[in-house]
Design a binder for this molecule. Sequence first.
Ligand SMILES: Cc1ncc(COP(=O)(O)O)c(C=O)c1O
Length: 471
Amino acid sequence: MRAKILAIMGVIMDSTVYSNDISAVVEADRAHLWHHLIQHKPFETVDPRIMVEGKGMRVWDALGKEHLDAVSGGVWTVNVGYGRETIAKAVYEQLVKMNYFANSAGSIPGSIFAKQLIEKMPGMSRVYYTNSGSEANEKAFKMIRQIAHKRYGGKKHKILFRDRDYHGATISAMSAGGQEERNAQYGPYTPGFVKVPHCMEYHKQWDVENYGERAADAIEEVILREGADTVGALCLEPVTAGGGVITPPEGYWARVQEICAKYDILLHIDEVVCGVGRTGTWFGYQNYGVKPDFVTMAKGVASGYAAIACCVTTEAVFEMFKDNADDPLNYFRDISTFGGCTAGPAAAIENMRIIEDEGLLANTLAMGERLMNNLHALKEKHRVVGDVRGKGLFCGAELVSDRATREPVSEKMAAAVVADCMAQGVIIGMTNRSIPGFNNTLCLSPALIATPDDIDQITQAMDKAITKVFS
Ligand SMILES: Cc1ncc(COP(=O)(O)O)c(C=O)c1O
């Protein structure tokens, strides 16, 4: 079996002969692999999908079928596209020189990438390496908790999170999770996390004109209810991703910033999806003039070429962890073993160079505008498209059965659209098993290298799929 698999790997690595028998791989997958985010019962009768090659915007599965990937690796990750040899070479060269040492010591790519990253984040100062978005958020939570202990006798320890936001899959990251369906059956959760209302205007919670400010004021109401002296931080996505691609309403962020300053609350921005170019700026928060205390990032940092995530802080936060060197507990007593892997920052340096040299931020803005225009055209054409939202190459189309009441279509119907696009060779995403009754938003996050033809092909597939499913 092993010899057979290696032989197939050889075929795959030698590239592009897909007619060869891949049954041994499928057999091993079906027998032993536990895929993420998916019910496995159907695999008893249907083969699991196995992706074997990617180039640019496209991926090929084990059957040789070509797909245009409109979600950058399924979960908005491969920002610079597939098959980047320069990233692979940078990682190779780094690995043969020095693959790993615990991050209690520095590394050449770790230091260089930290400097380059901070140059893109005015006001920020320190980079803490880790290996997943969940873990980066956990680091921020731990820092916030330790600050509460150091400065406020542990009292100002509560962390606010927002309805519909997602911050990761570990228990404490899920304690800050605003998606009830995703959280169901995994509790009990870590204490001290408190929910604030979402800011989505399409599904209004207040009938007011200045919706953004009103939604931010709802955060203040929670702070006052809990007691400002118990609230240490507020954790928000700049644009909510898996909760429905929710772009913030006008006026929201300015008011959020005011509230944080008023009550001495640290602002933690989760850029795991928006970070490193997705919205057409280096970071999503930079679209809204926000000044965070913590920024976490993961997916696009190295576009999935190596595992890397970062928890970035201001110098003021960092200073709090070295203000009394005589106290043996007075520093951040934390480690992430794989935060010392050098493949991550080596890949991230090259990833960032590609974004700069190829002008991918500008392309993201231009292609994002084209994508939004195309989505607006779909909304004009199909009554089931109730709302379209987005920032840069990060867009969503919400499907509703009734435009007046904004009643969502069922998750099944949205999934049928995704499946039809897949059959056409275009991979799009959707909110799934996250918000009860609201898993009805189609999600798009193509690589930042998308061309006008790619964008049009994506929306043409959606057009056909929506026509078919809802006629
Ligand atoms: C906004 C956000 N934060 C955090 C995470 C968790 O990242 P990871 O899966 O790398 O742990 C995700 C994952 O999708 C995310 O969308």
